[in-house]
Design a protein around this ligand. Structure first.
Ligand SMILES: Cc1ncc(COP(=O)(O)O)c(C=O)c1O
Length: 496
C-alpha cells in the first residue's frame, strides 16, 4: 500500500492511502481531516496544481476529489478565492452534544458559560494601564504563592461587603480557576485521615473527576427541594467523610437554595466531626428575585473553605478564582499551590484588584445582573406562552423549591421550570406527564440546539428524575429569542 504525505501551507499532514484508488484516497484523507477538525472551517486548501505537484497526482485527480467534496458540502469553491473548508460541513449540523466535540451548535443553551461579550474591556484596559504605570518591575518576577497582596486585600473587603464572608487577606489563596482551588483542597483532604469527599447528587461530573484524580474517594450526597441532604451526614455511609462540597446559594444544576435547617445541619456536622465544608459560590453575584443569600462561610469561618471565581462575572478565560480557607488550612493549601504552579500570574491579579478597588467590578456585575435577569424573564415568559395544558408543579424525588415558577394556562404540560431565581441557568424538570429526556435531547440536537440533560449530572445511572439544564448566558443577544423558540418547540413534544 503506497501512502503519500502532503504538507500544506496550513501545517497539516494528510495521509493519502491509495489502496482503493488515488482519488478515493485523497477524498478520504480530506474528508477525515475536516470531520476530525484538523482542517478547520474556513481553512484554505492548496491550489489543485500545488497539491498535485506535492503528492505526485495528476491535477485532474486532485480537481475531481475537490469537486466531489464540494458536492458533499465539506469544501467550498469560489472563483478567484480558491477552495476552502466549508463553514458548516455535513458533520457539523446536528452535531452530538457530548464527547468533547468542539463544533459550535446553532443555539448554545448549555449551562456554565457567561456572556463573554459583556467583558468590560474598556475598564480592564484602564486598570491595566494604571497597574503597568505604577507597579514596580518586580511584578514580572515570581510573586507570592497565595497571590498578590493587593488582590487578597481587595477581595477580603469585597467578599465581606457583598457575600458576608469573614476573611483576612492571610486566609485568601488565589487559584487558576475554581477547578484548581478544588483540586488543591482535595489534595489536602486526601492527605488527611479521612480521604473521602461527599459531593452533591446531582452535581457537576467534571468536578467529581477532579476530586478523584486528586486522591479522595467521592460519595454521593442526595439533593432534594431543600438542597443537599446535609441532615444525612451524621450517619452511615458518611462516617469517614473528611469534606463536603456544596453549592448552597444556587445548587448546580437544580438551582435550589440550601434551606436554613440544612445550613445549620452542615455547620453542626463540621463542628462535631472536624470535617471541612467546601463552599462553591460560583455565581453568588447573580440573584434576581430572592434576597441575596449570604455565604455559608460567615456562619462557620473555621470550618468552611469558601471558593469564588471570576469565570461567571468576567469570563472563564481569565482563570482567576479565590478561596478563603480556615486559618489552619492556609499553610497546607499554600504548599499545594506552590507545588502546582508556584502561583497564579501576577498581572491579571493586579488588574482585578484595581477593578475591585475602583468599584468598576461592582458596576460591571450590576450591569450583568440586569442583563441576565432580562434573559431569565424572557425564558420564563416564552415557556409560559407555549401552547399546551397546565400541569402539576412537581418533580419526582425533589420537593418544590421556593422561588419563581412558571404557571398559567398556557404552559406546556409535563414540564416545570425550577431554579430560575438566580444564576445563569434554570432546570426544566420533565414530569412523567411530559416528554422524556432522551427525546428532548434528540429533538434539540436535530435543531442544532445544545442543552444539557440531567442524566449527565447524577452520580449513578438508574431511574433518576429527568430534566434538562438550560443556560441563558451564552447566546448572543440577537439570537437568544430564536434559541428560545427552538427550545419551546422541543418542549412541546408529546408525552413519553
Ligand atoms: C458548579 C460550578 N462551580 C464552579 C465553576 C467555575 O469553575 P472555574 O472557576 O474553574 O471556571 C463552574 C463553571 O462552570 C461551575 O459550574
Amino acid at each position: 500500500m503506497s501512502k503519500y504525505w502532503a504538507t500544506f501551507g496550513i501545517d497539516l499532514l494528510v495521509e493519502v492511502d491509495s489502496a482503493t484508488g488515488r482519488r478515493n484516497g485523497l477524498e478520504h484523507a480530506l474528508r477525515d481531516a475536516v470531520r476530525e477538525g484538523r482542517l478547520a472551517p474556513g481553512a484554505q486548501l492548496p491550489s489543485t496544481r500545488a497539491l498535485a505537484a506535492e503528492i505526485g497526482l495528476s491535477r485532474g485527480t486532485v480537481s475531481a476529489a475537490y469537486d466531489q467534496l464540494v458536492t458533499e458540502g465539506y469544501l467550498t469553491a469560489r472563483r478567484g478565492a480558491g477552495t476552502s473548508v466549508a463553514e458548516v460541513s455535513p458533520r457539523r449540523t446536528g452535531t452530538p452534544r457530548t464527547g468533547g466535540d468542539a463544533v459550535a451548535p446553532r443555539y448554545n443553551l448549555r449551562p456554565g458559560h457567561p456572556d463573554v461579550t459583556t467583558f468590560p474591556a474598556a475598564a480592564w484596559l484602564r486598570s491595566t494601564r494604571r497597574v503597568l504605570t505604577t507597579a514596580p518591575a518586580a511584578v514580572h518576577g515570581y510573586g507570592e504563592v497565595r497571590g498578590v497582596p493587593e488582590l487578597r486585600a481587595a477581595l477580603a473587603g469585597y467578599l465581606g461587603r457583598t457575600r458576608g464572608v469573614l476573611a483576612t487577606p492571610d486566609q485568601i489563596v488565589i487559584a487558576s480557576g475554581y477547578v484548581q482551588a478544588l483540586a488543591l483542597l482535595a489534595q489536602v483532604v486526601g492527605a488527611g485521615s479521612r480521604p473521602v469527599i461527599a459531593m452533591e447528587d446531582p452535581g457537576f461530573r467534571f468536578h467529581r473527576d477532579v476530586v478523584r484524580r486528586a486522591g479522595p474517594e467521592v460519595l454521593p450526597l442526595p439533593v432534594d427541594g431543600r438542597g443537599a441532604r446535609t441532615d444525612l451526614l451524621g450517619g452511615a455511609p458518611y462516617d469517614g467523610t473528611g469534606a463536603v462540597v456544596v453549592t448552597p446559594a444556587n445548587q448546580f444544576p437544580t438551582g435550589v437554595t440550601l434551606h436554613p435547617d440544612r445550613r445549620h445541619a452542615l455547620a453542626d456536622w463540621a463542628r462535631d466531626s472536624g470535617g471541612l465544608i467546601i463552599e462553591d459560590d460560583y455565581d453568588g453575584e447573580f440573584r434576581y428575585d430572592r434576597q441575596p443569600v449570604g455565604a455559608l462561610q460567615g456562619m462557620a469561618p473555621d470550618h468552611v473553605a469558601y471558593l469564588g471565581t471570576a469565570s461567571k462575572t468576567l469570563g472563564p478565560g481569565l482563570r482567576l478564582a479565590w478561596m478563603v480557607v480556615p486559618p489552619h488550612l492556609a499553610d497546607p493549601v499554600t504548599e499545594a499551590k506552590l507545588h502546582a504552579d508556584h502561583h497564579t500570574e501576577n498581572l491579571g491579579q493586579l488588574v482585578l484588584a484595581d477593578l475591585i478597588a475602583t468599584h468598576a467590578y461592582d458596576r460591571h456585575v450590576r450591569a450583568c445582573r440586569l442583563r441576565y435577569r432580562r434573559r431569565r424573564d424572557l425564558l420564563l415568559s416564552r415557556l409560559a406562552s407555549t401552547p399546551g395544558r397546565p400541569s402539576e408543579i412537581e418533580v419526582p424525588g425533589l420537593e418544590r423549591p421556593s422561588g419563581i415558577e412558571v404557571q398559567g394556562p398556557g404552559r406546556p404540560s409535563g414540564i416545570e421550570v425550577r431554579g430560575a431565581a438566580a444564576g445563569l441557568h434554570a432546570m426544566i424538570g420533565l414530569l412523567p406527564a411530559g416528554p422524556d429526556e432522551e427525546t428532548v435531547l434528540r429533538l434539540a440536537q436535530a435543531r442544532g440546539l445544545a442543552v444539557d440533560g440531567l442524566a449527565d449530572y447524577w452520580h449513578n445511572g438508574g431511574d433518576n428524575p429527568q430534566g434538562i439544564i438550560v443556560g441563558y448566558g451564552t447566546p448572543p443577544e440577537h439570537s437568544y429569542p430564536a434559541a428560545l423558540e427552538s427550545l419551546a418547540a422541543v418542549l412541546a413534544s408529546p408525552p413519553r
